[in-house]
Design a protein around this ligand. Structure first.
Ligand SMILES: [Zn+2]
Length: 432
């Protein structure tokens, strides 16, 4: 009797789920945006669970879902899209019970946000924002999706500003020839990408390495035993690192500052992300609570610090923003979506790989190595750029200060650092 009941439940579940699958239909697909940021809207009859994959050569976004029928009026199962970043789509059933929508991308673009909007009289709407982020970010995101496997993605709640007409443009209706240019209930709003600071795209036949010289301007950083300012040491080292990297002919080194300027930490992250950097390197030579502490450490981001001194250093560093006064900028480049959160975890893994490569190359330097350490440094929070902070030594230690003031020591350190960065990129990020 009991097994009969169980059998009945199983049968009922199967019938119910088959019935639900049979009802899954895609009823619309449209897109808007430009070559940097696009919004893809997929209209469905039901709230279909989905998983994503990113594939390269050529770059494409794969959206898998349970068996679904294509019922889009006026559009066949393959076709073009109206947005230059999204070249077209293909829909099919690669396996029994699985349906797949492939979006062909114009370059290494990744989904940065995905959410659902309730039916607006026609169907459920799945909204995916896709942003051109560079090859390293693409590969990082692809790895993050791989680790997720076929598990359905958690999606975000739409944010209030997504319906702010002042910030948005209207997406065309389903068919471009019937595009509705007025505002209507079936139109979708897309936040306009912020204007690029520099319209000239950096050449992608080179890696972009972003070098952040710690502190600057009204923030001197640590003060050494002889009175030297950390901000001057970090700038010298940054310029030397850039020279070494550029000399390889394979890297375009960018600097957070070339002179004595103050930047907030988030600005440093934003500059690196705007340039679609492949790697972010922050250079420091801080004060240690213990004057005897000396040597080189390589830090990556972590919620929990590896040791007390690491926690202290991160706390001190994160205070740099207070020097700038009240922060009126409300845009936050740091993780805001579930997808970016997923990429952030992979970014932290990749940062550890980079840190390990640097530590190997530092083997044999003329000071002690303090190894790979972790702490909550705000400047390392780029969700899609592997980021490390190199403490080149402590200015509170007399011997370290002497070394850091010596061009020969810094040159050796920066040569090794440049070599490690290129080794890491060769292994982990192919150039187009
Ligand atoms: Zn510092």
């Amino acid at each position: 009797m009991r097994s009969l009941l169980l059998y009945g439940i199983i049968l009922w579940t199967m019938v119910a789920s088959t019935a639900a699958w049979a009802e899954n239909r895609i009823t619309g697909i449209r897109s808007g945006g430009n070559s940097e940021l696009a919004r893809l809207v997929i209209e469905t009859s039901t709230e279909i669970p989905l998983s994503m994959l990113l594939l390269s050569e050529p770059h494409r976004l794969v959206i898998d879902m349970p068996e679904t029928r294509w019922r889009v009026e006026g559009r066949s199962v393959t076709g073009g899209l109206e947005t230059s970043l999204l070249k077209g789509y293909r829909f099919g059933n690669p396996a029994a019970g699985v349906s797949r929508l492939v979006i062909d991308l114009d370059g290494p673009a990744i989904p940065v946000e995905a959410f659902r909007l309730p039916p607006n009289g026609r169907g459920h709407r799945l909204v995916i924002d896709i942003s051109q982020r560079g090859e390293t970010a693409f590969q990082l995101a692809a790895r993050a999706f791989n680790q997720q496997g076929n598990l359905p993605l958690k999606l975000d709640q739409p944010s209030p500003e997504q319906s702010d007409p002042g910030q948005t443009i209207l997406l065309p209706e389903q068919r471009p020839d019937r595009a509705n240019t007025g505002k209507s209930a079936s139109g979708l709003l897309l936040p306009l990408p912020r204007p690029r600071r520099n319209d000239r795209e950096p050449s992608r036949d080179k890696w972009v390495v972003f070098i952040d010289a710690g502190h600057g301007g009204k923030d001197p950083g640590a003060i050494g035993v002889s009175g030297v300012n950390e901000k001057h040491i970090t700038l010298k080292a940054a310029l030397e690192l850039a020279e070494n990297l550029n000399a390889t002919g394979r890297v375009n080194a960018l600097l957070s500052r070339k002179g004595d300027q103050y930047h907030r930490l988030r600005k440093r992250i934003q500059l690196a992300r705007d340039a679609k950097s492949d790697v972010f390197i922050s250079l420091h030579a801080d004060a240690a609570p213990n004057k005897k502490a000396m040597g080189v450490s390589v830090f990556t981001l972590s919620d929990t610090a590896s040791d007390k001194e690491a926690a202290f250093l991160a706390r001190q560093e994160n205070k740099a923003d207070l020097i700038g006064g009240p922060d009126l900028d409300t845009t936050d480049p740091v993780v805001t979506s579930t997808l970016l959160g997923m990429f952030q975890r992979e970014s932290m893994n990749q940062s550890s790989v980079l840190a390990a490569t640097i530590i190997r190359e530092f083997d044999g330097i003329s000071t002690s190595q303090r190894g790979h350490r972790f702490a909550g440094f705000a400047v390392l929070k780029s969700p899609d750029v592997p980021s490390v902070l190199v403490e080149m030594g402590f200015l509170t230690n007399r011997e370290d200060e002497k070394r850091l003031k010596s061009a020969a020591y810094r040159q050796d350190l920066m040569k090794r650092l440049a070599r490690a960065i290129v080794l890491y990129l060769e292994e982990n990020s192919s150039l187009e």
